[in-house]
Ligand binder design. Sequence first.
Ligand SMILES: NC(=O)c1ccc[n+]([C@@H]2O[C@H](COP(=O)([O-])OP(=O)(O)OC[C@H]3O[C@@H](n4cnc5c(N)ncnc54)[C@H](OP(=O)(O)O)[C@@H]3O)[C@@H](O)[C@H]2O)c1
Length: 329
Amino acid sequence: MVQAKSWVMVKHFDGFPKDSDFQLKVEELPEPKDGEVLLEAVFLSVDPYMRPFSRLHMKEGDVMIGTQVAKVTQSKNPAFPVGSHVVSHCGWRSHSVSDGADLIPIMADWPSDVSLSLALGTIGMPGLTALYGIEEVLGLQKNETLLVNAAAGAVGNVVGQIAKIKGCKVVGSAGSDAKVAYLRELGFDEAFNYKTVPSLEEALKKAAPEGYDCLFENVGGYFSTVALPQMKTFGRIAVCGSISTYNDGTPQTGPYPHFTMIVKQLKMEGFTQNRWQHKNPESLKRMMAWLKEGKLKCREHVTKGFENMPAAFMGLLRGDNIGKAVVAV
Ligand SMILES: NC(=O)c1ccc[n+]([C@@H]2O[C@H](COP(=O)([O-])OP(=O)(O)OC[C@H]3O[C@@H](n4cnc5c(N)ncnc54)[C@H](OP(=O)(O)O)[C@@H]3O)[C@@H](O)[C@H]2O)c1
């Protein structure tokens, strides 16, 4: 018998999440049956989608949704031998039993000098989001100018780096001077702190007086309102996220984008990365190759301890992280 811990959302979030919305539960797990495996969490992901998706897909009392890298510690399923690692969508759990159906084995030739935590970041869902947003939604072309916000985060930093690989001019905005310094280190052509610039409009104009061909939108709300008029005619916008609205009790209202979209003849497309999951094995290999060639750099914001999952999640929503926010058990 194994004692498993899990974090339950006891109350739907009202505005910004708080400690009292979460509760740690302990239960005994049964031995795995034929075809099943016992998993032990090694790294857990905290992601912005957990905030809006908790409202869409969870009820009070459910274990928090989420992904983790887990180690197989007991196995009655030959596809997942003891000691192997998988990505599991079992939520905020320290241990879990699975029949394997929802498990994704870690890439077979994962290099021993690359942390498995990156399977939750650059070589995982956020990296794929960046890649598909650029290639499938924006169709970014060499020499174009791309703007990305929340640029020092898990998705944003990969967006900027892939756009540089593709020979583009990249402008990034982020919420602290340390984040801006990191973007410069990554090779962003222009970067600014949206919280301290006197005028967001002027900062966007100064960074790209020629205007933007593409916007990789992670933030939405006010940023979007100011950025849209800075697009070139026929500009393209990939709507990946809208984090500035996730904790709103009352929805934000206008100015509305339609007139700007008409006069600039803009194309805006929302997407979720799972649309292209049939391409994931090839895409992950491609990004791992970029990483090994030094073209993709990775940074993580690691919180230690399963007991700190809620704090790590709230820290992410506050903007504490540079790079991917993960929890190491
Ligand atoms: N469509 C998809 O399939 C998909 C997949 C993954 C992620 N996403 C979306 O992509 C976006 C980025 O996700 P991520 O995983 O890379 O997270 P992240 O950027 O690592 O972390 C979130 C960042 O958002 C910024 N932020 C927080 N509150 C904000 C606010 N009120 N206004 C502006 N910025 C705020 C903070 O950075 P600053 O300090 O710079 O403000 C924070 O560090 C999110 O909107 C997420 O929902 C979409």
